[in-house]
Design a protein around this ligand. Structure first.
Ligand SMILES: CC(C)(COP(=O)(O)OP(=O)(O)OC[C@H]1O[C@@H](n2cnc3c(N)ncnc32)[C@H](O)[C@@H]1OP(=O)(O)O)[C@@H](O)C(=O)NCCC(=O)NCCS
Length: 177
């Protein structure tokens, strides 16, 4: 079965090395995009990004999707389901919108809605989890709008901008499994 879904404004399909563009490499090195991402700890070359995408494309436990605008097909961000723990039927969800001019328009909310459907309907997972920086209000809002519940908080979990931040752990159960 091929994974992916076409939504109203965005579509998700597995990312391939051919999708790696200068814009995508620039997102990985952009302090606005990677403010709350672990990619921020080092610089990323095109070869690094291509290697990452190739690695995920070959993986059965991590599924990396591109978020593409349904209208013009522009690649605007990524969504990852994984690592997946098959024993527990559980997967981790993460995402970003690299095209910062598109933020705040519901793009991530729709992409996460599609990602939830892929996880539950196509991958048959029982549960999705997402761990975010407590200060990442936008991301918490995207998860809450998609039905995720805040399940726990790990104090001072992250080094962040010269201080510390908590991690908030979100979860969503598959209602039909
Ligand atoms: C988090 C991110 C994915 C959100 O993308 P987006 O397309 O702008 O998200 P949406 O427009 O769908 O929704 C954002 C929501 O947060 C709200 N919001 C914006 N700033 C906020 C803040 N500081 N605190 C709380 N909510 C906020 C918006 O109003 C919107 O909610 P609404 O639709 O109810 O008005 C994007 O900012 C991003 O890529 N950030 C960097 C990477 C990242 O943090 N990824 C998450 C780690 S898993």
């Amino acid at each position: 079965m091929s994974l992916g879904l076409i939504g109203e404004r965005v579509s998700l399909r597995p990312l391939t090395v051919a999708d790696v563009s200068d814009d995508y490499v620039a997102w990985m090195n952009d302090p606005i995009t990677n403010r709350f991402m672990e990619t921020r700890w080092r610089a990323h070359s095109r070869a690094d990004v291509e290697g990452f995408v190739a690695d995920k494309a070959a993986s059965s436990s991590e599924h990396l999707f591109g978020i593409f605008l349904t209208g013009d097909g522009r690649h605007v961000g990524n969504l990852k389901i994984g690592p997946i723990d098959a024993n527990h039927g559980r997967g981790d969800l993460s995402y970003f919108i690299g095209e910062t001019d598109l933020r705040g328009q519901g793009v991530a909310s729709e992409a996460v809605a599609l990602g939830v459907r892929i996880a539950f309907e196509q991958l048959k997972l029982r549960k999705l989890t997402a761990g975010i920086y407590a200060r990442n209000g936008e991301s918490g809002r995207v998860l809450a709008k998609n039905g995720f519940a805040a399940e726990g908080r790990r104090p001072s979990h992250f080094a962040f901008e010269g201080g510390r931040d908590d991690m908030v752990e979100y979860g969503l159960l598959n209602p039909s499994a």
